[in-house]
Ligand binder design. Structure first.
Ligand code: SAH
Length: 255
């Protein structure tokens, strides 16, 4: 028996007695994890609730899996985002780096990743490709939730220019900082001084932020913070921040 496979129920509410899984999820459950009829799974709704279920049927050469929900009591509240509520504004970077940022940030409990196009970003804005990329990153976020035991989903924002992202974040998030390898206040002291999240962090792409972008961020109320004396790769900075935010402000903080 395969224990505690977690699946996202996208199309049916957890109140349905039987839930047909997406073909990609079915493939993962039946082929990769080798689940069989009768195996126990946990279905979650992406909004923080989950419920026990069992695999009811595996059909179409394991491309369509249906699970039957156990009706002993209401859906329970599952593990969700860290209380620190990190919103990571990530400079667009090459290759699969954004995927890695989404995966790590989801595991470390961030609330959202905002891909932003910076002057030194190698890939540039293209509306049609941007939406396809966002959907892909959403699926990475869903599979990260399945793997790490979150019952909610890290949100993936649409791709924006730095200016647009800074403006949008400033409307809703009171505590904002920009990771600056050239120096700033220690991120630990900045986080420890806050009472509660959410917090926003801007990280530059491989080539870093330009002076103009740093100024834009400062003018939008983003405090320059240092993540330490060593220069991190762009895809590691947000993850390091999430871990510190959890320890100093969120779920791991000693109160
Ligand atoms: N300017 C660089 C490195 C950029 S690192 C260069 O030499 O090419 C990519 C991004 O990660 C930076 O823009 C910054 O936001 C973040 N970063 C990396 N190391 C950091 C550190 N020690 N402190 C704060 N931010 C850091």
């Amino acid at each position: 028996m395969v224990a505690r496979i977690r699946v996202l129920a996208r199309r049916a509410p957890l109140e349905s007695s039987e839930i047909a899984l997406d073909s990609a999820v079915s493939h993962h459950v039946a082929r990769v994890l080798r689940a069989r009829e009768g195996d126990a799974v946990v279905v979650f709704d992406g909004e923080g609730f989950e419920r026990d279920a069992r695999v009811a049927s595996v059909r179409d050469e394991r491309r369509s899996v249906v699970v039957r929900v156990a009706f002993d009591g209401p859906a329970r509240r599952g593990v969700v985002a860290d209380r620190a509520g990190v919103h990571a504004l990530q400079g667009l970077a090459k290759g699969d780096k954004l995927e890695r940022v989404v995966r790590a940030c989801a595991e470390l409990g961030a609330a959202a990743v905002w891909p932003v196009e910076c002057e030194r970003s190698v890939s540039k804005l293209d509306a049609s490709r941007a939406e396809a990329q966002r959907l892909h990153l959403e699926s990475v976020s869903a599979s990260a939730s399945e793997q790490c035991g979150r019952a909610d989903l890290l949100r993936v924002e649409p791709l924006r220019s730095v200016g647009a992202a800074l403006a949008r974040v400033s409307e809703t998030i009171a505590h904002r900082c920009v990771a600056d390898e050239a120096g700033g206040v220690s991120v630990a002291s900045w986080l420890a001084a806050l009472d509660e999240g959410p917090v926003a962090l801007l990280v530059g792409p491989e080539g870093g932020l330009t002076d103009e972008e740093r100024l834009l961020a400062r003018n939008a109320g983003f405090v320059s913070v240092s993540l330490g004396p060593r220069i991190l790769r762009t895809e590691h900075a947000a993850a390091a921040f999430c871990a510190m935010a959890s320890a100093l402000l969120g779920d791991l903080r000693q109160r």
